[in-house]
Design a protein around this ligand. Structure first.
Ligand code: F6R
Length: 689
């Protein structure tokens, strides 16, 4: 029977606000010994029992990338809940997913954000739990109470059922909700009560059997998941209910194993203070603290911030880039209400959308359709056969047109170089195919490079919607592929890339099959459109709002998407953004993190991720992301979609387009006009685009 550790990481730990945030919640905070995150410590603690492959994490879509990065998990180790619905559905989903793979699966369920001092004892008790669960019990660990806590539920034990691995196993007679202080004292005096730590052991099949009896609605949904349904398609009406209330209180054969293991749920700042090393004045601090006459206080300073205190007692001070909390140490339970009040209101996208006067959202939405239209148009284009036989391609183009060359480079098997400037590279000779890409046809750098190139090779094509490039091609007898007018260049990427594909194929180039990628883009068009409220692109835009994104891709894989994110955020959202690629950035940019917290406190690293990345790139991303976070950087991970590298690349690129437009709306700017680009072109005396 295989044993799995199912770590529950759906909670957002609002009582630890403002350190715990939506994108970096409590399980990811470095609250465990050695500066490890709580979830890492949880995983380390249980790994000796189940091995690295036995770890599973149940989380939501928003948190999945960060959790996977933190623990270095493979995708199949993540069990992603479409939407948090309390613990019963989360545990049930894990049971269903495990059952579908391994009908004998035995699961140890653990919250991701607790601390345990005596890890040896913890594992011994779990071993006893595993033995009892193998016999069919639903086992729960009962933590021996050390004070009359009102913040935990309690379990009353009944008769002794068995002994397993030298531990007494009792019948769990009663589960009770959080008591008032008198009742809590009575429980403590009674001696039969333990705290309910939310740690369970059972066979997945047993849990599902109980779900069928007590939560038939959920059980029906889980049945469909086991038959292969995507949880996202069936989650709809699943009831939000806790595992205690929904199953444990009603199930038969529930056992409890009492344990004393120095457990804490580090549920509020007071508990954090208790769990941290403290000096002789009982001051616990994280980050840089200078204190005089400061007692019994917790200070939490972000990297690169200094908190100084003088003559204060019994406080909690938490200073982060988002907010500063100063709280009486006796009132830390109330922080959750403050956190909720401080939470930014979700934007009214319909209202914000009014700034999109020229319809950039619609343009982005129709990108997949544009790609298909362009492919169809390309089939009709007949290029002279004399162009064939080229050994490489040079695309000359700037901005939104220039990037078409980079994308093209991923779609044809010939070497494709891009030239973004006035002068062509020395190597250009008669065997190379020269393509000038300029949507307007009036970009002076492109015209200059193209004219130079025509003196070196007769294999040349112009790609534009008209303008001087069309005239030049005409005058020189060079084929000119004309694409539809009326777009912003950057919104015509589908035409700029896909029109040429069939034509190049006929000239003998090997071209990648984009069928799957286009259907992935079509799904994304629906998923990320404003009709799907709270979609991933909107969430990413909210996370990046008022920040400077540093977008990171991987060489030869996602770097073109990173570049496109940067340029789209610049042009649509009218804000700074930068891009770089791994592994190169591991040889320079990461050193800059030392001072980034001070010099660019508002920056946010965005890692574009693809399962097709080189395994060492995957490892590097995890390490760089951790380094970024440890230095107080905000960071996000965005996973591509689809089953081949091109679908991954294009989906990431397309997500960036959506994010850039949503950011524009949050910035209250019309995404379409690019006044500064046009002004500069005018000031230079060239033509306008
Ligand atoms: C505007 C845009 C710009 C242009 C660039 C070159 O939407 O994306 O980056 O693409 O100024 O102009 P064209 O594409 O006309 O050669």
């Amino acid at each position: 029977m295989n044993t799995y550790a199912v770590i529950m990481a759906g909670g957002r730990g609002e009582r630890l606000w403002p350190a715990s945030t939506y994108s970096r919640p409590k399980p990811l905070l470095p609250l465990a010994p050695g500066g490890r995150s709580l979830i890492r410590a949880t995983s380390d603690r249980v790994m000796p029992l189940v091995g690295a492959e036995g770890v599973r994490v149940v989380t939501d879509e928003g948190l999945a990338p960060a959790v996977a990065g933190e623990l270095g998990l493979a995708l199949e180790q993540l069990i992603v809940e479409p939407e948090g619905r309390n613990t019963a559905p989360a545990v049930g989903l894990a049971a269903a997913v495990l059952m579908a793979q391994d009908p004998d699966a035995l699961m140890i369920v653990l919250p991701a954000d607790h601390l345990v001092e005596d890890e040896e004892e913890f594992r011994c008790v779990l071993q006893a739990g595993v033995e009892a669960a193998q016999k069919g019990h639903l086992v729960t660990l009962g933590v021996r109470p050390s004070f009359p806590a009102t913040g935990y539920g309690y379990i009353r034990r009944g008769e002794r059922l068995a002994e397993a691995a030298d531990r007494q196993v009792f019948r769990a007679e009663r589960f009770v909700e959080k008591p008032d202080s008198r009742t809590a004292q009575a429980y403590l005096d009674d001696g039969r009560y333990s705290w309910n730590a939310g740690i369970f052991v059972w066979r997945a099949a047993r849990l599902l059997e109980e779900a069928r009896g007590h939560l038939p609605g959920l059980a029906g949904v889980l049945q469909e998941v086991m038959r292969g349904a995507d949880p996202r398609d069936v989650w709809g009406e699943v009831e939000s209910i806790s595992i205690d209330y929904g199953i444990m209180e009603k199930a038969s054969d529930v056992a409890v194993i009492p344990v004393d293991m120095g457990w804490s749920d580090v549920g509020d700042w007071h508990a954090v203070w208790q769990s941290m090393p403290r000096d002789e004045a009982e001051v616990a601090s994280m980050g840089r603290h200078i204190g005089e006459e400061t007692r019994r206080t917790l200070v939490w300073a972000s990297p690169n911030r200094t908190v100084a205190t003088l003559g204060v007692e019994d406080l909690v001070i938490v200073d982060t880039p988002e907010a500063l909390l100063i709280c009486d140490r006796g009132q830390t339970q109330g922080v959750r209400d403050l956190a909720r009040r401080a939470r930014p209101e979700l934007p009214d996208w319909a209202e914000l959308r009014k700034v999109d006067a020229d319809g950039m959202l619609d343009a982005v939405r129709s990108f997949p359709a544009q790609c298909r239209e362009a492919l169809a148009a390309g089939v009709e284009i007949d290029l002279p056969i004399q162009l064939s036989g080229f050994d490489r391609i040079l695309c000359v183009g700037m901005g939104g047109s220039g990037i078409a060359g980079d994308v093209l480079g991923r779609l044809v098997d010939a070497p494709v170089h891009t030239c973004r400037g006035y002068d062509i590279p020395e190597w250009l000779g008669p065997d190379a195919l020269l393509i000038a890409v300029s949507y307007s046809g009036n970009t002076e750098e492109t015209l200059s490079a193209f004219s130079q190139g025509l003196r070196r090779t007769r294999r040349a094509i112009g790609l534009c919607s008209g303008g001087e490039l069309a005239e030049l091609c005409n005058a020189k007898g060079v084929p000119c592929v004309q694409i539809p007018q009326g777009y912003q260049p950057r919104a015509a990427l589908g035409h700029l890339v896909f029109t040429l594909l069939p034509a190049l194929e006929r000239l003998g180039a090997q071209v990648v099959d984009v069928t799957h990628a286009l259907s992935v883009l079509e799904d994304l068009a629906t998923e990320l459109s404003p009709d799907t409220a709270g979609n991933e692109a909107q969430r990413l835009a909210l996370a990046l709002h008022r920040r400077v994104p540093l977008v990171y891709g991987a060489h030869g894989s996602t770097e073109v998407a990173a570049m496109r994110w940067k340029t789209q955020i610049n042009e649509n959202a009218k804000q700074p953004a930068f891009w770089d690629a791994l592994p190169e950035l591991c040889h320079n940019e990461i050193v800059g993190y030392e001072l980034a917290g001070q010099l660019m406190p508002q920056s946010a690293a965005v890692f574009l991720r693809s399962p097709f990345d080189h395994p060492r790139i995957t490892k590097r991303i995890e390490l760089v992301n951790r380094a970024a976070r440890d230095r107080g950087h905000a960071s996000l991970e965005v996973w591509g979609r689809g089953d081949d590298p091109i679908a991954q690349l294009l989906s990431l690129l397309y997500m960036g387009d959506w994010v850039s437009v949503y950011l524009a709306l949050l910035n209250a700017v019309d995404p379409t006009p690019v006044g500064p680009i046009e002004d500069l072109k005018r000031a230079l005396g060239g033509s306008e685009s």
